[in-house]
Design a protein around this ligand. Structure first.
Ligand code: SF4
Length: 187
């Protein structure tokens, strides 16, 4: 067994849908060894090998596995979060047990690179996001350590065009984006 237990550590508002929640769960074990095998058996994952993250899209939810914690986005309530975490634990353990029969997939799917994001940021290095530079912010964003809404200047009228393109890129790559920020059925 790779993952023994998990515990919900934080419940936050969801960036993508204000009516839903974002849940961060602490896990008892490091799970990154299973990521290329999950990437092989599940469709449409976003695998970021250097950052050790794997994002799974399931029923409109975004489930991001980090090597020491799990983030769930677009979740209805804690009960649903518990159900998804149990599903994930079983999936992780079953896939890990069968890994000898699975060809690992190291492809990155729709992964965005920090430079792709950086080019669409305001580029002023104003530090309002708490980072020293826009590039540092882009690197953290790719690693899902910070949300796009932390770049407050991006949401001003001045950067409307860049914002639209960037939010679409992020959305298509499976990142959380603020609801209603561009024309999309999923928001
Ligand atoms: S808030 Fe935005 S514009 Fe300012 S440094 Fe951060 S990423 Fe760059």
């Amino acid at each position: 067994m790779l993952l023994n237990s998990y515990k919900i550590a934080r419940v936050l508002p969801c960036l993508a849908d204000p009516e839903k929640i974002r849940v961060i769960a602490e896990i008892s074990d490091e799970i990154h060894e299973v990521f290329p095998y999950l990437n092989a058996v599940l469709k449409g994952c976003i695998y970021n090998h250097p950052a050790l993250t794997l994002t799974i899209k399931k029923d409109g939810k975004l489930l991001t596995l980090h090597f020491q914690h799990i983030t769930l986005a677009k979740i209805e309530d804690e009960k649903e979060a518990e159900e998804i975490l149990k599903w994930l634990r079983d999936l992780i353990n079953e896939t890990y047990e069968n890994r000898d029969k699975i060809e690992p997939n190291y492809s990155k799917g729709a992964e965005l690179k920090a430079l792709d994001i950086f080019r669409l940021l305001p580029g002023t290095n104003c530090r309002k996001c708490g980072e020293l530079t826009c590039l540092a912010f882009a690197v953290k964003l790719v690693g899902q350590e910070i949300g796009i809404t932390s770049c407050i200047p991006l949401f001003s009228e001045e950067f409307k065009e860049k914002r639209k393109v960037l939010l679409e890129l992020l959305h298509d790559a499976g990142f959380e984006v603020p609801a209603g920020s561009f024309d999309s059925e999923e928001g």
